[in-house]
Every structure is written in C-alpha cells, then in structure tokens.
Design a protein around this ligand. Structure first.
Ligand code: GDP
Ligand code: IMO
Ligand code: MG
Length: 427
C-alpha cells in the first residue's frame, strides 16, 4: 500500500478539510503531516459545521485512526479547545487519535514572539495567524524545541522555563510593550496557566513513534490518507517568500512529516478553488479590488476559518496551478466552490504571465512583478448548488473543467458544489 495525499494548490483554504472528510471512509488511517493551528479545516454535514485546527479531518469517522504526525506543531491549549468542541457533539478523539512524540510544542512565549516579530515588521508584515508557527518551527530547526514526548519527563517544567526565559530575552530586546499582548484574549500569566493545564490533558492521548506506526500500517496493507495544511503557494521553499508559512506544505512534506519514503507516495489529490483567494500579505497576480472580487468574497463566505479576516479574492490562475501541479506531482485534481461563480456572466482565467515584456508560463523569483494575461470565457450563470450528477452540469461548467484539464494535463476527478459532504460529485 502507499500513502495517498490531499493538499492545497493555492494559498490555503481550498477546501482540503471537506475533501479529507469525504474521502476518509475509503482509508484506514488519516494523518496530518505539517502545519499547526494556523490551519482551519471546515467540515459540514447533517446541518452541522466544524472547524478543525490540529486534529485530522478524518475524526468524524469513529472507526478510522487519526494521526498527528511528527511534522505538525501542537499548541496544547488550542488542541484542548478543539477536543472540548468535539466532545459536545459526542465525538471522542481519545479513542481514535494518536499523536507523534516527535511533534513540537507551541509554547505561550512562541506566540508572544510571533506577535512581536510581526509588529516589528510594520508595513512589511506577513499577516501571520499569530499562532506561534514561525517561532516554533524556528526553534525546531535551531534544535531548541520541546516535543510532545518531553511532557512525560520529570524535567519538563525545567525545560519549559529555560526555553521561555530564552524567548523573553529576545522579546525584551524589542522596543515593544509586549505586556499589552493578549493571547486568546488573556494576559500572558493567565494564558500560561491554562496552557500548562492543557499539557496535562495532552497526556490522556496515546503518544506514538508515528513513523514506526505509519510504516507498519503500510506493511500490513492498511490504506493511509495524508492531509496537508495551508497551500503550496505558502510553502517555505517554493511559496511567495517571505509571505509564506514556516513548513513544507508541498508533497515532499509528507515524507519528512510522517517518516515515509518518497516511493511510498501514491495518489496526490490537488485541491483548488474555481477561483483564487489569499489571506495575509504577499503577491496575488489575479487579485480583484472591485465588485467582482467583493461578489466572490460575499458569495463564497471568504472570511478566514482561523482568524475571521476577509480573504482577498481573484480569478483562477492557471500558471500558478500548473506550477503547484508540477511541485506536487498531482495525479488528480479536485475543484471546489464552482457554485460561488454561479452569478457571473463571464469569467476570466489567467493563462500566462507578462513579465519583463515577455509572456511566461511559470512563477519566477520576481513573483511580485508578474501581470496576468486573461482569457474570458462564458460563465454558467445559473444555480448549480443542487446538481447531483455530472450529466446535469451546465455546458459552460463542462467547458471550464475541460479548459483546466487541458491546461494542466490532469483530470478533475471531484467537483464540489457546496460546503456539505453531500454536495460532492465524482467524475
Ligand atoms: P481548508 O483550510 O482547505 O480546509 O478550507 P477552509 O475550511 O478554510 O475554507 C473552505 C471554506 O469553503 C469552508 O467554509 C467550507 O465550508 C467551504 N466550502 C468547501 N467546499 C465548498 C464548495 O464547494 N462550495 C462552497 N460554497 N463552499 C465550500
Ligand atoms: P489552511 O490549512 C490560509 C497564511 C497566513 C499568512 C501566512 C503565514 O486552513 O489552508 P502563519 O500563521 O503560518 O505564520 O501565517 O500564511 N496562512 C494561511 N492562509 N489558510 C491556512 O491554512 C493558512 N495558514 C497560514 O494568513 O499569510
Ligand atoms: Mg482553512
């Protein structure tokens, strides 16, 4: 057996959570491989809506095992909040959630650092979710971090204090009133206490050597689905640096984030919206600052699942899509939110970029200098939210799909026409 992968091809929020939930009945194990609570993955069924930040989106199938891999970073406080919300709905992750001992912990002082660094950047700020992502991955690479497996040791509190003191030295070196920073609406000391209590709760979950577990599952012919967070254009190496997140969001991240060999990667589902959105700063060639962009935002409820910030909206960008299809070795495409474009008479698609008076078909290093070259196509201009089968697609939607398939060379095997599980059409 191999590990199939679901990941985002744009700037995040493509609808990965919904698709993981929809496909998870076909898998034995669902595993997150990178990112942390900067993610917000939405799942809707039976009139209910859930937003997951750390817990894999397979958790609503009680017979499936969910794994938080070594590449993920965990904030025990945010994790506990998620657990409490799930319990209210009679979902009990204690039974089917395993956590890698090697996953790093986001400390309260990582979150302070994130806020201080962002504020210090002024106008050049990244637009971070301020969940402590950058500083935690920095400590991981700097070999300073604290991992889930460390919470069981008798010297955990000592380790925690040492790292916290290091962070405070840095924080105090900035000319910034850090004491005014609130974390989850609380002052540092209050939040820290709650965080330390949450660490105790974390001990109730089974901690594993996840790379051993995952590879054993593969040997036993169990099927595994890896769930990506963020999107490929936010990748630390290949995204629009520095306006990126701090992990490898592309398919390669599955290998380091779960401990599997590249030869063990199977199908790669690339999830993309029928248009584009981005939250936070950074280049966005097809961004619309007009009525059309506003229409997408309102119709698509394009407000961040984690921060509530309005998402920037724009037309579909084929050059960017081809770039991320290439980086990930996408074997099939999943198109989301076509229904949001219902009320457009015409749609634009950026086919190429203009850069230095040339037409190019890739994202160059100077990614903030490219201009989109549009093709206008006829929109379907009708309601498609209740369509149940491909045969009932309006011809313009079929044309839109065919155009994307011929430009990317990859088949669109799933089309999503609404947020609910049931609004999913397989082709
Ligand atoms: P993720 O981070 O990739 O899991 O995506 P998010 O959950 O942050 O954002 C996707 C949003 O679109 C959520 O509010 C979903 O409920 C919603 N959604 C997903 N698929 C569709 C769809 O096909 N149509 C519409 N209208 N909404 C969708
Ligand atoms: P999901 O998994 C959309 C963006 C932030 C910011 C940049 C860096 O729900 O698709 P960070 O908090 O990592 O320091 O922020 O990345 N970002 C996301 N945008 N969806 C996400 O996750 C994101 N996670 C981070 O807005 O621009
Ligand atoms: Mg999201």
């Amino acid at each position: 057996m191999k590990v199939d992968v679901i990941l985002g091809l744009q700037w995040g929020d493509e609808g990965k959570g919904k698709i993981v939930d929809v496909l998870s009945p076909a898998y034995d194990v669902i595993a997150r491989f990178q990112g942390g609570p900067n993610a917000g993955h939405t799942i809707e069924f039976d009139g209910k809506k859930f937003i997951l930040h750390t817990i894999p989106s397979g958790i609503f199938n009680p017979e499936k095992i969910n794994v938080i891999g070594n590449g993920v970073i965990i904030d025990p406080f945010v994790f506990l909040k998620e657990i409490i919300t799930l319990r209210l709905e009679n979902v009990h992750p204690e039974k089917n959630l395993l956590i890698s001992k090697k996953a790093h912990l986001i400390l309260p002082s990582h979150r302070l650092l994130d806020a201080v660094y962002e504020s210090d950047k002024g106008k050049a700020k990244i637009g971070s979710t301020l969940k402590g992502i950058g500083p935690t991955y920095t400590d991981k690479v700097g070999r300073l971090g604290i991992r889930v497996g460390d919470i069981n040791a008798s010297d955990f509190h000592q380790k925690y204090e040492l790292l916290k003191q290091k962070h405070f030295k840095t924080i105090q070196s900035f000319n910034f009133d850090y004491q005014a920073i609130k974390i989850e609406g609380m002052e540092f000391a209050e939040y820290e206490k709650k965080w330390l209590d949450a660490v105790e709760t974390l001990k109730n979950f089974e901690q594993i050597d996840s790379e051993i577990f995952i590879n054993k599952c593969l040997k036993e012919n169990k099927s595994i689905l890896a769930e990506g967070a963020q999107g490929s254009l936010l990748d630390i190496d290949f995204g629009s640096y520095p306006f990126v997140t701090s992990s490898n969001t592309i398919c390669a991240g599955v290998c380091s984030g779960l401990g599997i060999a590249p030869s063990k990667v199977g199908r790669v589902f690339g999830v993309f919206k029928a248009y584009c959105t981005r939250v936070g700063s950074g280049p966005f060639p097809t961004e619309l600052d007009d009525e059309a962009g506003n229409k997408m935002r309102v119709t698509g409820h394009e407000f961040g699942s984690t921060t509530g910030r309005p998402r920037r909206c724009g037309w579909l960008d084929i050059t960017a899509l081809n770039h991320t299809v290439m980086l990930n070795g996408v074997t099939e495409l999943v198109m989301m939110k076509a229904d949001v474009l219902n009320a457009f008479e015409n749609l634009n698609i950026s086919m190429n970029y203009r850069f230095n008076n040339e037409i190019i078909d890739y994202i160059p290093f100077e990614d903030n200098k490219v201009k989109p070259v549009y093709k206008s196509v006829k929109g379907w201009n009708c309601e498609i939210d209740k369509v149940k089968k491909e045969e009932d697609f309006p011809p313009e939607l079929n044309d839109y799909i065919r155009l994307i398939e011929s430009e990317t060379g990859v088949k669109i095997t799933v089309v999503s026409l609404g947020p609910d599980r049931l609004q999913t059409i397989f082709r």
